[in-house]
Design a binder for this molecule. Structure first.
Ligand code: NDP
Length: 247
């Protein structure tokens, strides 16, 4: 599939949690989901950025979002259980979960990878999303159909020199997605990955400081796939890793 035209009301009455909703691709996804009718739960590290997204959604008169400031680096199982309890109490269910937050951790030759950076990258990109998903499963099960979307990368499919911790975290993300998709196959919960491809964000600028960012796709260019996987047109899609910039 190369694109998808989402109806304006695609996500009406859906409750969707977006991690890393304050910046980059996550911010665009949060705004796009709200524009298509969803109540978006904005989760991220920097409260000011989340508040700015909240204000933009409210100013546009889309459904009022909720804000959850949470640093995936320090969050424990208890934080995720509390998050699940709050969503259940406030909304009664969760229709969509977009795991978008991520860190690069810096590129380094293998012998220079610092143990603490390795740990941080795996914590934020893999362990945090795993624990969050585990805690949210009962709330996702309350929806008639729910969609979990993980964020992968080209280096999560083919390793690349100097991308050590980040690449490993994304390979593991693909593995977690496949495992969950198989385990929940036939249930109301579907699980897939998006590989955004090179996109004009601050993470990309950190990885490729010398490139001309104006030549890159913007987060808005990718949203057709995010909408497709969150809306009911993808109910039968499970266990796939899809490219937001297909060749
Ligand atoms: P950005 O760096 O622009 O945004 C990352 C988001 O994640 C920010 O909102 C950030 O919050 C949040 N975040 C980072 N660390 C934490 C944390 N510890 N706890 C909570 N939230 C956190 O990145 P992109 O938008 O480019 O990337 C989004 C996703 O897409 C990532 O998973 C990335 O790996 C993936 N990706 C991106 C590509 C690209 O070319 N841009 C290509 C392939 C994959 P804050 O701003 O508050 O720190």
């Amino acid at each position: 599939m190369k694109s998808y035209q989402a109806p304006a009301n695609l996500l009406t009455d859906k409750v969707i949690l977006v991690t890393g909703a304050g910046d980059g691709i996550g911010k665009e996804a949060a705004l796009t989901f709200a524009r298509h009718g969803a109540t978006v739960i904005l989760l991220g590290k920097t409260t000011d950025k989340l508040t700015a997204v909240y204000d933009e959604i409210c100013a546009s008169q889309w459904p009022e979002p909720a804000i959850v400031p949470l640093d995936l680096k320090g969050a424990s199982q208890k934080h995720y259980q509390d998050l699940a309890a709050t969503i259940l109490a406030e909304f009664g269910r969760l229709d969509g979960l977009l795991h978008n937050a991520g860190i690069l951790g810096g590129l380094a030759p293998f012998e220079h990878i610092k143990a603490d950076i390795w740990q941080d990258v795996l914590q934020v990109n893999l362990t945090g999303p795993m624990l969050m998903t585990q805690a949210l499963m009962p709330v996702l099960r309350k929806a008639a159909h729910s969609s979990i979307v993980f964020t992968s990368s080209g280096v999560g499919r083919q390793g690349r020199a100097y991308w050590g911790s980040y690449a490993v975290s994304k390979f593991a993300t693909e593995g977690l997605m496949q495992t969950l998709a198989d385990e929940y196959a036939g249930s109301s919960i579907r699980v897939n990955c998006i590989n955004p491809g090179a996109t004009r964000t601050s993470m990309r600028a950190r990885a490729y400081p010398a490139e001309n960012a104006q030549k890159l796709k913007t987060p808005a260019d990718l949203m057709w796939l995010y909408l497709y996987l969150m809306g009911d047109d993808s109910i039968n899609i499970n266990g796939q890793s899809l490219d937001a910039q297909p060749k």
